[in-house]
Structure formats: structure tokens, C-alpha cells
Ligand binder design. Structure first.
Ligand SMILES: Nc1nc2c(c(=O)[nH]1)N[C@H]1C(S)=C(S)[C@@H](COP(=O)(O)O)O[C@H]1N2
Ligand SMILES: [Mo]
Length: 438
């Protein structure tokens, strides 16, 4: 007896107009073809396409009751999805320093499940008792205050969806195609629904910041983490006051320890490093404090020897998530080319896709809703006839900024930069359907 699960997915065999309707109907099957070929290297012959569906079989899981409720009091994914996990790109030399990356090619929509949100820690993950945790808001404010978690939970809260990207994301591609798969080139990127207190609300709760002096007209905010790295960053207060959130929840539940439990700062659109985790201190000051994380690190060395400092906003960027390296096109015919676009300066305006290495570009569909400083999905209808192809995507944001080529980026910044690589990414499709970062 053959079970439904034994059946290889069916796809259109060609891109002829006659198969257009089938193509539309089977669009998602083509996608699962990608996934299936990745997992099992399926190689069905075209004869199987014509095979009629068998009457519905009755598999073992239909004939006997399944596992009891509360087998997993906290739900876990299907055992058949065990390969969808965070992965490390490399070993870090310092104790406690580590990173793990989001498997973007295996995700759907734009929200990252909590267990798959990327992680970057400089001093390990502290195990913080929320009852013992305090947030100090002090410095140039009217009434400095220590907040307990209960205090913070009693303040008006809001939930907003924003991406978070480490500025070291995609640094592997500065010198040209690394050969690495998407998870390892772009996986320091996630998008969550964050819940917490708006920074402006928190400042109101301490009576507001004191008026700036003529000699120091700008207010800055020092944010400090409670981890062993004591991550400390200075941020321009006015620019982030109405946008930044002090959050205790992600995607509907309390923060994961690795993502900052019990409290972290979210600065929408700014480099991930400013999203200080395990937040314990916000100090209003009148100049940046030139901490380690804004002097020796998180600066970019330019060809003329000068350094870019306080580069906060993540430039517009996009990447094709399917097909991507490690996957394989198993048939000729229709394929949806799908991906993600984002900008630290606002909304995504357009995404274009090229299948010929950038000679021709066409508009992709944005899969709404398009949100401010959030991942935005795009898709593009492509018919592959077996020719070698080079797939590219290019994002333009609401400010009119266009994602640059690697060459343009290198011409502007040189090759001593590490952070803020946002070049157009190309995936090579071979005549055999293999996809590579070459
Ligand atoms: N306290 C503290 N905050 C931190 C860090 C850290 O090591 N310690 N890492 C920063 C960096 S470099 C990034 S990219 C983001 C990563 O957040 P995540 O681990 O939740 O993905 O947190 C930032 N906040
Ligand atoms: Mo980072």
C-alpha cells in the first residue's frame, strides 16, 4: 500500500502556455519540490507526473490514536522538521562570545519564530531572575528612578513588528562570493513582534530629560546590559525617542534568555548591536561616551584611513531565500522566486529581480503588509527552461536609496570595512538545477 506521504509532489513539466493554469495551481508544489529535493534528493521521472492519484489510503496514523495531549506542554516542531535550526558560522575566540544564525531559507512569511531568532552574545547568556532585575533611568533627567519588572509591566505598552540585523551580517561577501549558503551569509537577521514600553513613555515616567545647554545641544542615551560583556552603546536620543522600545516580550511571549530576558532595548532600523540585551541602565548624557563598542568595534575603516563612527541605520538590503544555495531545481518550468527586503530607514518601496545576472530587471510583487523597518516579503514568477541563470534581487526604500552592487560598495568603502555590507547578492543556477553562491 502506498501512503500519501510516499508520493513525490507533482509539478508542471514545462513552462508552455497550456500548463499556465496548472502552474498557478501547483505553485506551492514547485516550492515544496525545492524543499523535498534538498531533504531527499528526489528525482521523479516525468512518467510519474501523469500517474493518476490513488484513492485516499488509510495510513497507520489514521488507524490508531496519536500521542496524548500535553506530550509537549510547550509545543515543539514536527520531528520531520529537525533540520530547521539555528547554526553557527564560526567559532569565536573569546569565552562567552558566540553567534548563531536564522535558517531564512526554511521560513515562511516575515516573522521569525522565537526558537529560530539569531543570537549574538559577547559575554555569554546571563540567567537573570526577573524579580531581582532593575532598570536604572538616570543622568540628565528630572527624577532618576529604579524600575522593577513589575513597574515596567504597569506602564502603557505597545507591540510593533521590526527586523533586527547584526551589522556584521553578510560580512562574508566583502571580498566576493563566499560559497556559503544563505543561512551563513544572511542569517544574522530576524523579525519579531516586540512588546514593551516606548522610550518616550519611560522618559516621561522620570519627568523627562533636563533641557539641553547651548554648549551641548544634543541629548544622547547610554544603554548598558547586565551581561558579563556589559554591552554599552551611546545613542542619539531625539532620533530614537518615539521609536525605540524597552521590551519584555517577543512574538507574544517573554523574551528568550538568549534574546535579552527579562528586558532589552529595540532601536528599530539601527544595527543589532544597539539593541542592548539584559538592559539594566539608561543614562541621558550630553555627548556620546565613546565606549569600546563604538570605537574599537562597530566602526568602519575607510580607504583614506578615516573611520566611520556611529553608523546606526541599516542600509536597504534584500536577498532571495528560495531558490538559494543548497537547494536544487528538479524540473523545468515555473518557479516562484521569493525573498526578503528591509531597510533601517523606513519602508521598502520596490524590489526588482534579475534572472540574468543584472542585464535585465523586473519588478517583484511585494507581499504585504509593507511595514516600517520590518522584513518585507517579495515574490517573482520565473520559468526555468534549464539554462544557467544568475538570480539577483535589488531593494529600494522609501527614501529612494537603492541597494548597491558589491562593486559600488567596495568603491565607496574599500575592503577594510567589516560591518554594514548590503551588496546585491547573486545566486548561480547551474544547468543541472543546482544553486550556489558563486
Ligand atoms: N548586553 C548585550 N546586548 C547585546 C549584545 C551583547 O553581547 N550583550 N549583542 C548585540 C549584538 S552585536 C547584536 S547583533 C544583537 C543580537 O541580538 P539577539 O542575540 O537577540 O539576536 O544584540 C546586541 N545586544
Ligand atoms: Mo551584532
Amino acid at each position: 500500500m502506498r501512503f500519501l506521504s510516499d508520493r513525490k509532489p507533482s509539478f508542471p513539466a514545462d513552462g508552455s502556455p497550456a500548463s499556465a493554469r496548472r502552474r498557478r495551481l501547483l505553485g506551492s508544489a514547485a516550492l515544496s519540490a525545492l524543499a523535498v529535493s534538498q531533504a531527499r534528493n528526489a528525482n521523479a521521472s516525468s512518467a510519474e507526473l501523469l500517474e493518476p492519484l490513488e484513492p485516499l489510503a488509510v495510513p497507520s496514523w489514521t488507524r490508531t490514536p496519536g500521542t496524548p495531549i500535553l506530550t509537549h506542554p510547550y509545543g515543539v516542531p514536527s520531528s520531520f522538521e529537525a533540520q530547521v535550526v539555528r547554526r553557527a558560522a564560526r567559532q569565536w575566540p573569546m569565552p562567552g562570545a558566540a553567534s548563531s544564525l536564522t535558517p531564512l531559507a526554511d521560513l515562511f512569511g516575515t516573522l521569525t519564530p522565537n526558537g529560530l531568532v539569531y543570537e549574538r552574545h559577547h559575554g555569554g547568556v546571563p540567567d537573570i531572575d526577573p524579580d531581582a532585575h532593575r532598570l536604572a533611568v538616570h543622568g540628565l533627567v528630572a527624577q532618576p528612578k529604579l524600575f522593577t519588572m513589575d513597574d515596567l509591566l504597569r506602564l502603557p505598552a505597545e507591540s510593533r513588528i521590526h527586523f533586527m540585523e547584526c551589522s556584521g551580517n553578510t560580512a562574508s561577501e566583502w571580498k566576493g562570493p563566499s560559497g556559503l549558503p544563505l543561512q551563513l551569509t544572511h542569517g544574522l537577521l530576524s523579525c519579531c513582534d516586540w512588546t514593551g514600553v516606548r522610550l518616550s513613555t519611560l522618559l516621561e515616567a522620570v519627568g523627562g530629560s533636563t533641557p539641553p545647554a547651548a554648549s551641548a545641544p544634543q541629548r544622547w542615551l547610554l544603554a548598558e546590559g547586565a551581561d558579563a560583556a556589559a554591552m554599552t552603546r551611546s545613542l542619539p536620543l531625539d532620533a530614537i525617542l518615539d521609536r525605540a522600545l524597552v521590551v519584555y516580550a517577543q512574538n507574544g511571549e517573554r523574551l528568550r534568555p538568549e534574546n535579552g530576558y527579562p528586558l532589552r532595548l529595540i532601536v528599530p532600523g539601527y544595527e543589532g548591536n544597539t539593541h542592548v540585551k539584559w538592559l539594566r541602565r539608561l543614562k541621558v548624557v550630553d555627548a556620546p561616551l565613546e565606549t569600546r563598542e563604538e570605537t574599537s568595534k562597530y566602526t568602519g575603516l575607510l580607504p583614506d584611513g578615516r573611520a566611520r563612527q556611529f553608523v546606526f541605520e541599516m542600509d536597504a538590503k534584500s536577498v532571495i531565500t528560495r531558490p538559494s544555495p543548497g537547494q536544487r531545481l528538479t524540473r523545468h518550468g515555473y518557479y516562484p522566486v521569493v525573498g526578503l527586503a528591509w531597510s533601517g530607514r523606513g519602508m521598502i518601496r520596490t524590489v526588482e529581480v534579475s534572472t540574468d545576472g543584472g542585464a535585465n530587471w523586473q519588478a517583484a510583487r511585494l507581499e504585504g503588509p509593507v511595514r516600517d523597518r520590518a522584513l518585507t516579503g517579495f515574490s517573482f514568477d520565473w520559468t526555468w527552461q534549464g539554462e544557467p541563470a544568475t538570480l539577483l534581487s535589488r531593494a529600494t526604500d522609501a527614501t529612494g536609496y537603492v541597494q548597491p552592487t558589491r562593486e559600488a560598495l567596495v568603491a565607496a568603502r574599500g575592503l577594510n570595512s567589516y560591518y554594514h555590507y548590503n551588496g546585491i547578492q547573486s545566486w548561480r543556477v547551474g544547468a543541472d538545477g543546482s544553486v550556489s553562491n558563486a
